[in-house]
Design a protein around this ligand. Structure first.
Ligand code: 5GP
Ligand code: ZN
Length: 145
């Protein structure tokens, strides 16, 4: 779990303060629902965050319109990153909850330029539980939709 997690209330979290221009940021673009700015941590050069303008903690808290707007801005930014930084690949990452790797509790998506040997790692402990288990999982999800 991350060491530090910003769970400040709406209006007080770091991205709300950044959106309100109360703290400085290197802004890339903004529209009615989203803003894109350089991540202070720059995992690789050109690493951008796309956040909702409105405070919403996680994917469960954004509206369908905000979710769509964040992905549209992320795509726009990703194309610009491709042009400006010419990475070999691009990874989009969106974390929810501290256990999910989220350190700022205001919905955002990372646009990360990728290069061979860039040191970024996400372990992926793959399992193959079998067809019946997959059917049971899918049935649980269909019931929950
Ligand atoms: P998360 O871990 O929640 O997916 O990502 C939060 C990101 O916010 C981190 O990559 C971190 O570097 C970035 N961040 C934290 N504080 C600030 C800040 O004050 N300004 C900017 N631009 N980025 C920040
Ligand atoms: Zn916020």
């Amino acid at each position: 779990m991350p060491m530090f997690v910003d769970t400040s209330p709406p209006g007080e979290c770091i991205f709300c303060r950044l959106a309100a221009r109360q703290i400085p940021a290197a802004l890339v673009c903004e529209d009615e629902l989203t803003l894109a700015f350089m991540d202070i941590g720059q995992v690789t050069p050109g690493h951008v965050l796309v956040a909702t303008r409105r405070h919403a903690a996680t994917l469960a808290d954004v509206t369908p319109e905000e979710a769509a707007a964040v992905m549209q801005t992320a795509r726009r930014v990703a194309l610009a990153v491709q042009t400006a930084f010419d990475p070999a690949g691009l990874t989009l990452l969106q974390a929810n909850g501290a256990v999910g790797g989220q350190t700022v509790g205001h919905f955002h998506m990372h646009v990360v330029p990728r290069h061979e040997g860039d040191g970024i790692a996400l372990s992926w402990p793959r399992k193959e539980p079998g067809a019946q288990v997959l059917q049971d999982y899918a049935a649980r999800l269909r019931a929950a939709l």
